[in-house]
Each structure stands twice: as C-alpha cells, then as structure tokens.
Design a protein around this ligand. Structure first.
Ligand SMILES: Cc1cc2nc3c(=O)[nH]c(=O)nc-3n(C[C@H](O)[C@H](O)[C@H](O)COP(=O)(O)O)c2cc1C
Length: 201
C-alpha cells in the first residue's frame, strides 16, 4: 500500500486561524505499510516526554510494539477490541498508553494522571504530524487483558492504545470506514464549549 497525498477535506475548517499542524492532524484508519525508523519513533516519544504534568510526575508510560517484531506486535494487537484490530493492524507501530495512578513521592492517588497522559499523547501527535505521520488513538481496548499479558500492577492503569503510521489508501478499508475516512471533520461550535464567567448546562 502506498501512502496518499493529504486530502484537503480532512483539514480542520476553523473559525479562527490556528497552527497548520493542529489544522492538519486527524485520525486516519488507513495506514501505509511503510515502517517508522527508530530515530523517528524516539523523536515522537521525546515530544511526549516534554509535556507538562501535575507535580512534574510524568505519569505516562508506553508499551510499544513494531511490525518488525511480529510476536510483540501480535501480542499488543490482541489488547485492542475486534473493531480496532480490523483496521489498526495495518499500522507499523502500536502503543499501549498507561498512567501511573499513584505519586512517586508518597504513594497517594494522582487524580490528574489521565489528564497528563492525554497531554503527552497530544505532544507526540503534533510531532508526528510535523513528520508526515498520523496517530489514531483508541479507547476500544481490553485493559484487563493487558494487565494479565504484561503483568501490570495496580499502580498502573492501561488507558488507551494508539496506532502510528504513514497514511494509506482509503480503498483498503470497508465501505463504512472508507466513508468516514473521507468525510469532513466536525466540531461543536465555540459557544457550546466556552462560558463567559458563568456556568450554563
Ligand atoms: C481517547 C480517545 C479514544 C478513541 N477511541 C477510538 C476507538 O476506540 N476507535 C476508533 O476508531 N477511534 C477512536 N478515537 C478517535 C476519535 O473517534 C477521533 O479522534 C474523533 O472522531 C475526532 O476525529 P479526528 O481525530 O480525526 O479529528 C479515539 C480518540 C480518542 C482521543
């Protein structure tokens, strides 16, 4: 599968001008077979590493599996639900994202670990976009299976997975996913999410 040119329809149709990488980022399901080299992969996680976090706890952890290591890749792929497996296993890299749920310092619960993990993944995503790579995050995973397979203790929580890769051809997907792959991206209006000094439901 060859990667295709960016489809303009997927560019965010913004009300106000934003950085072109933010505008360009989206979550494809069609990935090319092109592998990601180690230097590039490390670059992406370097971006994640420099995200801010509550108390600078850096409560993000990542289990990474590359297509080159078939056994490790197959094992990590089995942590996704069936639907996500149906498209994400074309991607050259799969990642399981975990939070450390307790503070290193005193073992108390860290209520902001999920917030910080999301922020680290956002950093990684924009570094990926800059390098023509795409990231598709997934909540559709089997956290308890991950716990068993990787022997993960209660201090850590498998939260999400994400696929990373170069963009592929939408034609590689089934009809429904193909339609989603090429349809315009939509968002709530700004006035639905911003409240001017007052709360309104
Ligand atoms: C935490 C999270 C979980 C998601 N879970 C899934 C998933 O399980 N399967 C899937 O196909 N897409 C999943 N997505 C992708 C979203 O559907 C997608 O980000 C959203 O529709 C907005 O589209 P865009 O990223 O292309 O702008 C997830 C995204 C996030 C951030």
């Amino acid at each position: 599968m060859q990667s295709t040119e960016e489809q303009p329809v997927k560019l965010a149709n913004t009300e106000y001008p934003i950085h072109e990488l933010l505008q360009k980022r989206w979550s494809p399901r069609a990935f090319s077979e092109k592998l990601i080299d180690t230097q590039m992969l490390n670059q992406l996680f370097e971006a994640a590493r420099w995200a801010p976090s509550s108390y600078n706890e850096q409560p993000w952890r990542f289990i990474v599996a590359r297509k080159e290591d078939q056994e490790a890749y197959k094992q990590l792929a089995s942590v996704m639900n069936e639907f996500n497996q149906s498209w994400a296993t074309d991607a050259p890299v799969l990642v399981l994202a975990l939070t450390k749920t307790t503070f290193d310092l005193d073992g108390r619960d860290n209520p902001h670990a999920g917030h910080d993990l999301g922020q680290a993944i956002a950093h990684l995503t924009f570094e990926a976009t800059k390098n023509n790579l795409y990231v598709h995050q997934m909540a559709g995973i089997l956290p308890e299976k991950a716990r068993e397979l990787y022997n993960i203790s209660d201090d850590y929580k498998p939260m999400t997975m994400f696929a990373i890769g170069y963009k592929g051809q939408p034609e590689s997907l089934n009809d429904k996913m193909q339609k989603q792959e090429t349809s315009p991206r939509i968002r709530k209006d700004l006035d639905e999410i911003i409240f001017d000094g007052e709360w309104e439901e």
